[in-house]
Design a protein. Structure first.
Length: 257
């Protein structure tokens, strides 16, 4: 039995795991989820980490940190302050020491956005390590943002919840939060290395946001693992919760062998 600490992505909250949690509990696992302070434009990655640590038990358990999407930039930092057995990334970003997320993909982003953000690209030598990587984003998704309004709903249904049942998609959109904090985009990963723990990466083969090709490649190159593929869009915990629970349980059972 494991304690799954479930960390949500951008525009979401603890609610996004509501369909997954019953399946994990049915298999004998415990779960904990939290709301990250995404609506405060001034928070840092450290504030995200604090929110996760506050939700974790004081006594050590068999903790598996699960991060979806944006949360891939958060869970490695949590693992530096709390003993965990494994980090599991679901369709998520993977930080690189000394770089922010935008450093990894600035050449995919429209120049007007970069100028508005007053972003300065990294030196060529720093970016060289990424030259052989596929693009992070699915090209059609660039510039498409999920916001809690009607234009945002159109984007959400086409790119985020396209493989969810209609009632689930509508429920999920109704819970959308404003992502005013962009710490995960602009703040550099402060550690020299990723934590020395076990890793797993679940790649979403139908993802319309984070490129499935990048997910597979980055899992192998950055984490040293082969991605476990699940046939879903960006939110398998909404579109395929039972399947995802089975995959997570299999990951933890292998961990104990």
């Amino acid at each position: 039995m494991s304690l799954f600490c479930l960390v949500h992505g951008a525009c979401q909250g603890a609610w996004v795991w509501d369909l997954l949690i019953p399946h994990l509990k049915a298999q004998g696992h415990k779960t904990v989820a939290m709301d990250l302070p995404i609506e405060d434009p001034d928070v840092t990655l450290s504030n995200y980490v604090d929110a996760v640590l506050k939700a974790l038990p004081e006594t050590e358990e068999d903790v598996v940190l699960v991060g979806h999407s944006m949360a891939g930039t958060v869970i490695p930092l949590v693992a530096e302050q709390y003993r965990v057995h494994q980090l599991v990334f679901i369709g998520s970003l993977i930080p690189l020491p000394g770089m922010c997320f935008l450093d990894q993909c600035y050449d995919e982003i429209p120049s007007d956005f970069l100028e508005q953000a007053q972003y300065k690209p990294p030196k060529a030598a720093k970016f060289e390590q990424l030259r052989d990587e596929p693009n992070v984003h699915v090209p059609a998704s660039i510039g498409k943002f999920m916001t809690p309004d009607e234009p945002g709903k159109v984007v959400a249904m086409e790119f985020y919840y396209h493989d969810c049942e209609p009632d689930v998609a509508n429920w999920a959109f109704s819970k959308t939060r404003n992502q005013r904090s962009l710490a995960y985009v602009f703040e550099s990963f402060s550690s020299k290395n990723l934590p020395d723990v076990e890793y797993a990466y679940i790649a979403c083969t139908g993802d319309r946001i984070i490129s499935p090709a990048w997910q597979r490649y980055a899992a192998r190159k950055r984490l040293g693992v082969e991605a476990i593929e699940i046939p879903s869009g960006h939110y398998p915990h909404l579109s395929r919760p039972a399947h995802l629970a089975e995959v997570l349980s299999e990951i933890t059972s292998k961990k104990h062998l």
